[in-house]
Write a protein that binds this ligand. Structure first.
Ligand code: SAH
Length: 463
């Protein structure tokens, strides 16, 4: 069985630094069930492909089972050696373990960047047909090509086999691609070769982090990955939900609290109106709404036809689902690209965000860990580089004026910080200088002579 991964972002050979495998050599690694070989069929500046070939020792496997008194489970003639299954997952973890963990000694930044990657797998056994392939991989943003193989080309009347050569393409971090394959290959095959114990729940949660909880087929994935062991499934699903949905639900509850505090000032409406004023002032036609949430700003943007392209990005799948419903995107013709939503984290570079006239980042930065602010600035001002950035955040000095807010507390329990005017000023000037922008600060909401306005805005213009 063979897995190739192709990178087409120059210098494409960075792939070899991410995989920690030299492009000029064939390297072999012994595994408990055979040998893995890594080599590069192509390695140029424009295109680089790494191949992971598994040579499963079928006879050895059977002997191993027999030695453990489980010979009955073994069949000499089966598809195990040829089909990408949990064997491939084990090989990915063993041979590409550092990349699967998202680390790279020489190219850490590239490891954290979405790259144009294509994975090709020969062959996969899709129990459930081509629909299953789409159901598993499309929600993760991949474009899929599945080529079905005949049972035997010499006997077409035998019909089609359940085997496919699968090609997945997308703009993803290598770590994410490997994690998706790690979890989903055994799911496709629905026949894990090894015993499923508690540690499998840990592996599933670890490698499913950031995507499995919001995957529409998460029940199926969990059931098949854990080989239908019910107690494990329940445990895993409960923890998945704990790990992901609760913060979302909590986020909603907290957002409601925040609105209640700010409502008398209808700050939300003022922020949107001010942001739109700025966007129109600079004549922006293509606009990013970063951390768009449920689409407060998007809803107003779409009504104005001078915005020809609008892309909303948020890390929360649930918020995006709401935004999609609210904007009636399901009724938008599929080839209409005027309004699009994208699930993604703002702390990673993403090429799909490049080339926009302007970006709005309303009430988002205070939700980021302070230690991730540099990564956010780097991805936005260094990577996406829109002409204008409109950013708003609470002015913490104003909190003493909110009667319903106990002294010393932030407006929203998910806020990691709230800044004074001086703090926003300092951060903004530093970022502007570093990335070649001019910045000005403006108040939003009623101005108090002592503590300023409740919301503060920074407008960055590329120099
Ligand atoms: N801009 C919207 C929503 C603000 S709430 C408005 O003004 O109404 C903050 C939003 O930022 C939430 O939807 C949250 O999911 C999103 N968010 C938080 N951290 C993020 C990250 N690292 N990447 C992308 N979105 C993030």
């Amino acid at each position: 069985m063979l897995l190739t991964i192709t990178n087409t972002r120059p210098p494409a050979t960075d792939l070899s630094f991410l995989l920690h495998k030299h492009p000029d050599r064939v390297q072999s690694f012994p595994l408990s069930f055979g040998q893995a070989h890594v080599f590069y069929p192509e390695a140029s500046e424009a295109r680089c492909t790494a191949a992971l070939l598994l040579d499963v020792d079928a006879v050895g496997l059977v002997r191993g089972l027999a030695a453990r008194g489980r010979a009955g489970e073994a069949q000499y003639v089966n598809d195990r050696p040829y089909v990408a299954s949990s064997f491939m997952s084990v090989a990915i973890a063993d041979v590409y373990g550092t990349a699967l963990g998202g680390r790279s000694q020489a190219r850490q930044e590239t490891a954290e960047t979405a790259l144009p990657l294509t994975a090709r797998l020969a062959v996969v056994h899709a129990r459930g047909g081509p629909g299953l392939l789409a159901q598993l991989f499309e929600p993760l943003g991949y474009t899929l090509v599945a080529e079905r193989h005949m049972l035997d080309e010499h006997f077409p009347e035998w019909g089609e086999s359940p085997y496919y050569t699968l090609q997945l393409s997308g703009e993803v971090r290598l770590q994410d691609l490997l994690s998706h394959l790690y979890v989903l290959l055994p799911v496709l095959d629905d026949d894990k070769h090894y015993w499923v114990g508690d540690e499998e729940v840990e592996k599933l949660l670890r490698h499913g982090e950031g995507w499995l909880a919001s995957h529409p087929a998460r029940e199926l994935i969990t059931a098949r990955y854990l080989r239908h062991r019910h107690t494990l499934m329940r445990d895993a699903l409960a923890r998945l939900v704990e790990g992901d949905e609760d913060p979302d639900a909590a986020e909603e509850a907290h957002a409601a609290e925040e609105q209640a505090i700010e409502r008398p000032l209808s700050l939300n409406r003022q922020r949107i109106a001010t942001a739109i004023d700025v966007l129109k002032e600079v004549g922006a036609s293509t606009v990013l709404d970063l951390g768009c949430g449920e689409g407060n700003l998007l809803g107003t943007l779409v009504q104005d036809r001078s915005f020809a392209r609008i892309l909303g990005v948020d890390v929360s799948y649930r918020a995006l689902e709401r935004a999609k419903a609210r904007l009636h995107l399901d009724r938008q013709p599929p080839d209409d690209v005027r309004v699009q939503l994208l699930q993604g984290a703002l702390t990673y570079r993403d090429r799909r965000l490049a080339g926009f006239d302007a970006a709005a980042v309303l009430e988002v930065i205070e939700h980021l860990e302070p230690t991730r602010l540099d990564a956010f600035a780097e991805a936005l001002f260094g990577g996406a580089r829109p002409g204008t950035v409109v950013l708003t955040t609470p002015n913490v000095e104003y909190n003493v004026r909110f009667e319903s807010l106990p002294a010393g507390t932030l407006r929203h329990r998910d806020h990691r910080f709230e800044w004074t005017r001086a703090e926003l000023g300092e951060w903004s000037s530093r970022v502007a200088e570093r990335f070649g922008y001019e910045v000005r600060l403006e108040p939003i909401g009623p101005q108090d002579p002592d503590v300023g306005s409740p919301t503060q805005m920074a407008v960055f213009t590329r120099s």
